[in-house]
Design a protein around this ligand. Sequence first.
Ligand SMILES: *Cc1c(COP(=O)(O)O)cnc(C)c1O
Length: 385
Amino acid sequence: MDSEHFGTRAIHGGQHPDPSTGAVMPPIYQTSTYAQSAPGVHQGYEYSRTQNPTRHALERALASIEGGTHGLAFGSGLAAVDACMKLLAPGDEVISTNDLYGGTYRQFVKVYEKYGLKFHFTPMGSVEAVRALVTPKTKMIWVETPTNPMLNIVDIAAMSRIAKEAGAWLVVDNTFATPYLQQPISLGADIVLHSATKYLGGHSDLVLGALVVHEASLAEKLYFIQNATGAVCGPMDSFLALRGIKTLHVRMDRHMENAAELADFLKGHPAVGSVVYPGFEDHPGHAIARAQMRGFGGMISFRVKSDSFADASKVVSAMKVFTLAESLGGVESLSGHPASMTHASIPKEQREASGVTDGLIRLSVGIEDVRDLKADLDAALSLLL
Ligand SMILES: *Cc1c(COP(=O)(O)O)cnc(C)c1O
């Protein structure tokens, strides 16, 4: 099945009817433990932190859609980030995208610096600038692309070459692009990470994280960490994530269609200053996005003309179809104000240097009728004129 096209793998990849009943969808195995017929004699399942059939069904689907060999599911995206950090030892160095998901940045700096890891945050537009940060202690290169919320694009294949020269692992947080649009493993990534809370789940009804790898010894290390530190997801959430994945390609097509139309609309609006959308030819990462992605995704960031908190706040508070909320990637449209919400934990100076100014609004464009989304934006923005 794994040689099939994406839409077929999203539905069937790694799946088979339940062996005990023929159930087409994997049952929610809501059990902590499994009967053994004699000590150590069991059917491959001993205890649900270690193995659970519903989680396994999800993990096989994750491996299939990312073009990897092993998937691992966690209780949240940040738990998956945490498992990656536990591959490292005191003194090791990580080179990371500077324009990073706020919670990942917080974990790196507030949790793992204390344990002796060293992080270098840098824009990854210049390959030479990244290479200049490599030292004999560089063990991991951490890429988010498109980044959150500035939608900067990082050349994954170029980062993979640097990682290989350095003998370091390349981790790509593929949350924004999803495997439908971008396949980091085929571009040289060692580990692909997801907050499945977002597009993979797709319905804003769960919190879940994932890793996918394509190398058995790395998979072994991560399975050990997953079991030894225990941040697994439960069977109900595994089931919901698996159900979400089955419509990923269909949802993404509509997210992208709507986002492209709204980006054009915002660009022409008199109350809008600038619009950040990788689909625009003048976006600095456009050419790389075109080369390494199937499409430009469902996220847009834009600044109100005054770039002030007061005006941005007025717009996000006035919208009715767009809900003001953290998170992204669900079927419903959400708006966010990164400076005061998702990125509040990043120091102001650093935040503004990467473009997250007070007037920046981030949209997660949903799959509603685009005419209603446009009317909603127009009505809110018109309050500023
Ligand atoms: C949300 C998010 C995370 C963290 O995932 P949780 O499921 O919220 O723990 C990591 N990376 C990116 C890009 C995200 O958007």
